[in-house]
Write a protein that binds this ligand. Structure first.
Ligand SMILES: Nc1nc2c(c(=O)[nH]1)N[C@H]1C(S)=C(S)[C@@H](COP(=O)(O)OP(=O)(O)OC[C@H]3O[C@@H](n4cnc5c(N)ncnc54)[C@H](O)[C@@H]3O)O[C@H]1N2
Ligand code: MOO
Length: 485
């Protein structure tokens, strides 16, 4: 097998050596075929990663910072706690009892006490807090109220310092609390608030705008003949989020060129009929007002009179970085860059084709913009023999059965059933795969990582072992795919 002449650095070994020669192939022949060479699957993936630089760090409000990666250490802006406070409801006291009651917050002289609530500021002069259940208010001989220990008070209570939370107990001003590189969880956000921060610096992520096209597409109910239910609205924003982008807006347009051009021209956040796309949209804070870094379109990548993507990109002065990938499904996928720096990811309209195109070029692009490594390609033992299909890589959703990858059923370009049940996607090289041999695979954005049998085998080879007992003659791999429903 030939190693890939990678465009740029960081090519996965699994990409190269398991997927055959990486030479560009002729686009499908036919009256409307494009007169250019398609990129191979490997080239497209690498190019989509290499074309983008990480988006600079930005301040994010605490509510928006969950799951983001901290770009710089968070330090305490002042002592935490920044004042001594009471840990109990009761009285702040100075010295031993009985105590004369003073006004709250007033400096306490010896044998004076004043009422205090949990969290209340310890007044000057106070040495301890007496819990409310350990004290009683009585009248002295002159009928004035005095505080005495009683109730559940233990002997010697209160000792100096009892129930006082000292200032700086948790941290002193300037102390680092959360390290750069941490992926922020809810407790980190609470700690940052405690430390006095309103925002935290986070690594940049791509802001993504979705443009869903097609006048036949209906968003709810049962579609009539010639209509289709929208499969992108319910999933795309979520998948973009799983791939490391922030989906701020979703725009639906019909099939006219004017609508296409307007949708791609529009850089106004929240402009032209857009609506917030799921949980990342909504109430205005940081990201909602940022222009998109990436526009993902669906449909219109084909060659019919209503397929306007390439023309709109050209009219806007953009350039096509990828115009067709030698893969199936998802072949007509497009990656373009506009003069203002926005990337356009053109996904085919067929639902499975779109998701395969998104995995191929959208995932590495969003990873590069979002400071992440390129999603890995691993190797799994193939549970079926897959014939050669010269000139194109096939992306096949698979189920793992007894550790072997069996291609799922219902995986036509317009289907979602196979992907919905899948454990990952096989990247079948043009020369096919023999039953039992290793085949490259990628994980699903929402799925568990796939155990890398290739890496495990390489490790086992590197570690000399006792000779294994000879396997029985009939112990070859079994094609389990008949078990798939
Ligand atoms: N003469 C040729 N025709 C086609 C070719 C070709 O090479 N020559 N390629 C085929 C392939 S492969 C694909 S993929 C599609 C690409 O189509 P488009 O990107 O132009 O998408 P549309 O034509 O708009 O739609 C295709 C298909 O997808 C349905 N669709 C669109 N949006 C949605 C949605 N939101 N939810 C569900 N389904 C959607 C649409 O109704 C069509 O059925 O072109 C082939 N044709
Ligand atoms: O590439 Mo189309 O992507 O077969 O459906």
């Amino acid at each position: 097998m030939t190693a890939a002449p990678a465009r740029g650095s960081g090519t996965d070994a699994a990409d190269d050596d398991a997927s055959g020669p990486v030479t560009a192939v002729e686009a499908d022949a036919g009256p409307d075929a494009h007169h250019h060479l398609d990129h191979t699957w490997q080239e497209a993936r690498q190019l989509a990663f290499d074309c983008a630089s990480p988006i600079p760090a930005t301040p994010a409000s605490l509510r928006r910072a969950l799951g983001r990666t901290l770009a710089a250490d968070v330090t305490a802006l002042q002592d935490i706690p920044h004042y001594a406070s009471s840990a109990m409801d009761g009285w702040a006291v100075n010295g031993g009892g009985p105590w004369i009651l003073a006004e709250a917050h007033q400096r306490l002289a010896p044998h004076q006490a004043s009422p205090i609530a949990t969290g209340g500021l310890i007044p000057a002069g106070a040495k301890a807090v007496l819990r409310s259940e350990s004290g009683t208010i009585a009248a002295d001989e002159d009928g004035l109220p005095i505080l005495r220990t009683g109730g559940s008070a233990k002997p010697g209570e209160p000792r100096n310092g009892d129930h006082i939370r000292k200032a700086a107990q948790e941290a002193t001003a300037g102390e680092p609390l959360i390290s750069a590189g941490t992926v922020l969880n809810p407790a980190h956000l609470a700690l940052a608030a405690l430390a006095g921060h309103d925002t935290v610096p986070v690594l940049g992520k791509a802001v993504v705008r979705l443009v869903l096209t097609g006048s036949e597409v209906v968003a709810s109910g049962l579609p009539g003949p010639g209509e289709v239910r929208d499969t992108f609205g319910p999933q795309l924003a979520a998948v973009v989020r799983l791939l490391g982008g922030i989906c701020t807006e979703e725009v639906k347009i019909g099939d006219s060129y004017a609508e296409w051009l307007a949708a791609l021209e529009d850089t106004e956040p929240g402009g032209a009929g857009g609506r917030p796309a799921g949980p990342d949209g909504g109430s205005a804070e940081d990201v909602d007002n940022l222009p998109a870094d990436v526009v993902i379109t669906t449909g219109g990548t084909g060659v019919s009179g209503t397929d306007h993507l390439r023309r709109a990109v050209a009219e806007l002065g953009g350039r096509l970085l990828i115009d067709g990938i030698a893969m199936r499904p998802g072949h007509p996928a497009v990656l373009a860059e506009l003069p203002d720096g926005r990337f356009i990811v053109g996904l085919p309209g067929n639902p499975l084709a779109a998701m395969m195109a998104l995995s191929t070029i959208g995932a590495p692009l969003l990873a590069a913009l979002g400071h992440s490594a390129r999603p890995p390609v691993v190797e799994v033992p193939c549970g079926a023999t897959l014939e050669a299909e010269p000139g194109r890589t096939r992306l096949m959703p698979f189920r793992l059965l007894y550790g072997m990858a069996s291609p799922a059923r219902h995986t036509g370009p317009g289907m979602m059933r196979g992907l919905a049940a899948a454990d990952g996607v096989l990247v079948v090289p043009p020369h096919g795969v023999q039953l039992g041999s290793l085949v490259p695979a990628i994980a699903l954005p929402w799925g568990a990582p796939i155990p890398d049998a290739g890496a495990a085998a390489a490790k086992a080879q590197a570690t000399p072992k006792k000779p294994a007992r000879k396997p029985p003659a009939d112990s070859g791999p079994v094609d389990w795919s008949a078990l798939l429903d």
